[in-house]
Structure formats: C-alpha cells, structure tokens
Design a protein around this ligand. Structure first.
Ligand SMILES: NC(=O)c1ccc[n+]([C@@H]2O[C@H](COP(=O)([O-])OP(=O)(O)OC[C@H]3O[C@@H](n4cnc5c(N)ncnc54)[C@H](O)[C@@H]3O)[C@@H](O)[C@H]2O)c1
Length: 321
C-alpha cells in the first residue's frame, strides 16, 4: 500500500475509519468519501492527527459523475467500498437502504471497467446469506436476505461477480460477519454491543430480545480492517469472495453475560420480544480467507470486548437515568 493513492467510501464510519488509520500507517495517500449519514469527523481525528496525506470529501458514493471526478483528480489506484446505511435504517426507508448498497457498487464497478482506477475491494456482509442453512457458512452459502439492507448487499455481490466474469476486473469481495469495537455507532441504529455497554456503564440492565439463543459470529473491528488490507495486498485474492469471520457462533445471551462480567453487573436483565427480521444463526467459515491470504482474525472475543468496553466507558456522554 506504500505510496498508493487509495479512496475509501464510508471512511468516516466505524470500520472505514479503522481502515484509514491502517492505510496511513502503511504509507498510502488516502481520500475519504462520506456523506456523513452515520459517519463522524471525530472517527478520523486520530488519522488527521498523524499529519499523513488524507483528504476528507463530503460526497455521495452513488453519484457516478462525482466519483469519477474525485478518482481522476486524486489519481486513485485502489478503492475500498464501505459506504452503507445501517441495517436498522432499512426498516424505515427500505428503498434508501437498498439503493446505497447497490448504486455505490454499480458506480464503482463501472468506473473500474472504464479504466479510471485499478482495483476495487468491496465490503459485503454476512447478512446477504440470511439465517444459516448450514453451519459454518462458506462463501457459497445461498444468498437469502431477510432485510432490504441485506438484499442490497446480496445484489451487490451478484453484480460484482458478473462484472468479474464478464470483464476480468480486479475486484475482491470481503464479507465481514458481526463487527464490534471502538467507534461503532452508539446513537440511532446502534448495534447490540454499544447499546449494551451504554446501559451497563450507567448501571442499567441489558436488554435481551427473545431467549438469546440467536447466535452471531463476532469479529473485532481491528481484525476486520487488517483483513481488508491483507485481501488488497494478496495477489491471489483477485476475483475472490472471502468471509472475515471468527468461525465461532456466540449466542447473544452469552455475549451479554460476558459484558455484564466486564462491567461488574449482576442484576436481572430486561426481556423483550424477539425482532422478526433477526436471523437465527450466523457463523462464518473463515478457512478460504486463511488459505488465500494466510490471515485469521487474531483477537479473542473476551479480550476484544474488554478493550471495547474500556473505550466506550471513557467516551460516551453521561446520560441521566
Ligand atoms: N458493522 C458490521 O457489523 C458489518 C458487518 C458486515 C459488513 N459490514 C459492512 O462494512 C461496511 C462498513 O460498515 P460500518 O459498520 O462501518 O457502517 P457505518 O455506518 O459506521 O459506516 C458506513 C459509512 O458510510 C457512509 N455513507 C452512507 N451512505 C453513503 C453514501 N451514499 N455516500 C458516501 N458515504 C455514505 C456513512 O456516513 C458511514 O460513515 C458496510 O459496507 C457494511 O455493510 C459491516
């Protein structure tokens, strides 16, 4: 990545900002395109503070003309596509959530096909698979999305696979399972880890939806950022579609128990109805990524949860109960 000109869509978001930190550390010149739907400038504060070459542009990654102009002006070679609107947003605006996942991908695939840059690393999601029909879920698991967000992710997978087959382009699809870690959005559309940490640090009980048996494959964000870079840097990953997963299914109630232990909370939990669009089980097969790149996410769940708790504890605003 040294001296490469790299564009990151959604780079002011959770995963994107960690990727930007690593790209700068590797010596890349980085351009972030973000419309700040959920992205935050403060996510890029560490990156800005390094003084390394970084430009932050407020733009819509779905706008092909704007993206072409930015890619040409900055002589971009590599694009990491992370722009998205949160899964929960697709319950309020299904068309909007679907569209960003497909239109940003289509614009970037077309700009690659027309030779405006060299390599696209696209971020898919395990959500594209829906509930596991087999476990662990390989990259060949049927795409069976349960939400409009996930349908957009599945459509983008198929779009890119067809562009690779038809035009032999350097496209690499990376499919993270459930991410968590510092900088994950804790406001509107927050995920289970930041919501639970926010409650626990205020002494409030965690909320469990359903019986908590629904399982997820949790991966630490630092590992995902490193995995994205490793995929970009590995020649054999060209044209491949690769999961980033821990390979371990953790029931949500176990996740909450670990967080309670870290926070020193031993009270009762609040029980709520199970959410209908929640997938039952998700666990990824990470072996293809390891075979192709040698990379396996190194951070264990308890250590990563502890680091995440510490990070939020000191940063979340005090809210009166
Ligand atoms: N967080 C997870 O658990 C997870 C799991 C699997 C896959 N992913 C994928 O990883 C990528 C990053 O996810 P994240 O968790 O960091 O989400 P995030 O919401 O923190 O980041 C997405 C960023 O995209 C920006 N954005 C939204 N619409 C845009 C647009 N039209 N143009 C430019 N920017 C736009 C948002 O402002 C935000 O900064 C996404 O593609 C997501 O589907 C995330």
């Amino acid at each position: 990545m040294k001296d490469r000109h790299v564009l990151v869509t959604g780079g002011a978001g959770f995963i994107g900002s960690h990727l930007v930190d690593r790209l700068l550390a590797r010596g890349a010149r980085v351009v972030v395109v973000d419309n700040f739907f959920l992205g935050k400038r403060e996510n890029l504060a560490d990156a800005v503070a390094t003084g390394r070459p970084l430009e932050i542009i407020y733009e819509d990654a779905c706008d092909l003309g704007a993206m072409r102009e930015i890619i040409e002006r900055h002589e971009i070679q590599d694009v990491f596509n992370l722009a998205t609107k949160a899964l929960e947003y697709s319950f309020h605006n299904p068309a909007g959530a679907f569209a960003v996942n497909t239109e940003s991908t289509l614009a970037l695939a077309e700009l690659l096909r027309k030779g405006h840059y060299e390599r696209l690393v696209h971020t898919s999601s395990s959500e594209a698979f829906g509930t596991a029909l087999e476990r662990p879920m390989t990259e060949d698991h049927p795409r069976n999305p349960t939400t409009p967000y996930a349908a957009g992710k599945a459509a983008a997978d198929l779009l890119l696979a067809s562009w690779v087959r038809t035009f032999d382009l350097d496209i690499r699809i990376v499919r993270p399972f459930n991410n968590f870690g510092p900088r994950q959005n804790w406001g509107a559309y927050a995920g289970v880890v930041p919501i639970t940490i926010d409650r626990l640090r205020q002494g409030l009980p965690p909320i469990l939806h359903g019986d908590g048996s629904q399982g997820r494959d949790f991966v630490y964000v630092e590992d995902v950022a490193e995995g994205l870079l490793t995929v970009a840097e590995t020649p054999g990953a060209r044209g491949r579609d690769l999961n980033i997963a821990s390979g371990v299914e953790t029931p949500i109630r176990e996740l909450l128990s670990t967080l309670c232990e870290i926070a020193g909370f031993d009270g009762d939990w609040i029980r709520e109805e199970r959410r209908t669009a929640d997938v039952d089980h998700h666990v990824g097969d990470a072996s293809r990524l390891a075979e192709v790149t040698g990379f396996r996410p190194p951070t264990s769940l308890p250590i990563a949860l502890e680091r995440t708790y510490e990070w939020y504890r000191d940063r979340l605003p005090r809210v009166s109960r």
